[in-house]
Structures are given as structure tokens and as C-alpha cells.
Design a protein around this ligand. Sequence first.
Ligand code: FEO
Length: 172
Amino acid sequence: MISEKLTKALNDQINAEYYSAYMYLSMSAYAEGAALKGSANWLYVQAQEEMTHGLHMYQYLMDRGGRPTFAPITQPPHSFTSIDDVFNQVLAHEQKVTGGINAIATLAMQENDHAAYQFIMWYVNEQVEEEANATDIIGKLNMINGDKRALLALDNELATRVFVNPFPANAP
Ligand code: FEO
């Protein structure tokens, strides 16, 4: 059975994953309104992924005899100044999420909960990828530097992202 401390930490993380989904949906709506449908697609797929993370953690807590409790989800930002602003906020957010995931890994280690440690390591690796993806897009946006044709090319690239559930058994 999982400890109360780890239950609370994972519970908070479930909330953070759903906040992430809200945030990405809000960003997707902004991008679509700005005629950047490819960026909107990328952000929408990201929102879908975040929901699978929340469900995966929920299922894990249940499997370990924990009991999730559901706190309100904070309202995400609604206004953005540009698509550059959006992706800069994506990176800042994912860096914050990485901090939360690492804290859970540290707690699992301190408690000698090898199963929880193994579980959260998937997210430790996932965060490396999430930060790298955001950094990559920001790098391209910096190169584009307001050139509309180049921005359109990047938007077309972001249109190709397809949602793949990393945990098919927990499909939402
Ligand atoms: Fe589920 Fe973007 O971290």
C-alpha cells in the first residue's frame, strides 16, 4: 500500500496534469483564433496527452490502494501576446512540472517505495522530452523572428502531430 505522503503528492500531480490539459486547450484556442491551425493542433494533442497522464496516475493510485481526492483546477491563462509568448509559457510550465515530478521521485526514494519510484521514472524521462520539444519550437520561432512565410512553414509542421495514447489500457 502506498503511503499517505506519496498519495498526496501523486494526487497533487493528477491536479497539475489536468491543469496542464486546461492550459494547453486555452493555448490551442488562442492559436486557432490567430489562424495558426497547426500550432492549435500541436497544443490540442498536448492537452490530450496531459489527460492520459492524469488518468494513468489515477489508475496507479487505485492499484496501490490509494484514494484520490479531487481539488478544483486553477483557471489557466486566457490571453497571449503572440505564438512566441505561448511557447515560452509552455517551456516555463513544463520546467515547473519537471520540478514536481522530481520531488515525487525523491519522496519515493526516501520512502524506499521502489514501485512508486519505478512508476514516476517514466515521467522523469517524459519531462526531458517535453522540455526538449518546447525548446526546439522556441528555437525555430526565434529564427523565424516575425517572418510570416517561415511561421506558416512551422505551423504546417506542427499540423502533422498526431495523438498517440502512451497508455492504451487507460484510453480516455
Ligand atoms: Fe504531463 Fe506536460 O507533463
